[in-house]
Design a protein around this ligand. Sequence first.
Ligand code: GUN
Length: 286
Amino acid sequence: MAKLISGKAVSAALRTQIREETAALRENHGIHPGLAVVLVGNDPASQIYVRNKQKACEEVGFRAFEYRLNENSTQEQLLDLIRVLNKDDKVHGILVQLPLPKHIDEQTVILTIAPEKDVDAFHPMNVGRIMIGNYEFLPCTPAGVMELIDSTGVDLNGANCVVVGRSNIVGKPMAMLLLHRNATVTICHSRTRNLAEVCAGADILVSAVGKPHFIRADMIKDGAVVIDVGMNHDENGKLCGDVEFAEVEPKASYITPVPGGVGPMTITMLLKNTLHAAKLMNHLDD
Ligand code: GUN
């Protein structure tokens, strides 16, 4: 029987800490952390994400600024808004919700966000800084996964870690963060040969594939730590991860559920980055 890693519990503890630090920052320095969230278009999932981000900001005492552009807004209109936010002292973090409408180039948009306000850590400057281990912001999902792994107390030094998935947002930075902690890291993807065998060598397995039922019991080493980044819907429309939980759980030592695992951590790490941005901008770095 694996122990469940509760993203809700880890997240709640971190948010309490963020709320206390925010109160102290406002009281002692008159600094009020602010996050600008920009949504282009009416994608229903994005609308829910944006609402949750704003709610989370308010709960820890941040200012949340919401900007909604309609589906037909031009790229230049979006870039103009970002340039205004870059110069606004009340805004410490800028998040442009992805995906963007097809006529807008995502990379151009990300490049326009001031790196010191890029709380998603998507700007090439921040991506590069992660590569060399000299960073201010970590991308929210991999950073949340690291917190969950650390909550188990497992030793990453020399551990075999397998990351399944190679996206810019999760797989690649995830591998880098594990490498910085002296793990031996393998990245697997759709072309990987003998995937089950490679996964079965993992002391820690992180799955960020986006397919239900993808990780099965034969891919798990006895006693492995299993982290499920997947957010999928199964045949019945029910939210599920990549991991076939019922058959994997008995073999694992620790496992994250979906929902209630990685999901709650992502917004928490966004809050952490925004608080850090507010401190950095006011030379109160810690
Ligand atoms: N869309 C889905 N996940 C994310 C995220 O982490 N950041 C942004 N900006 N958009 C997203």
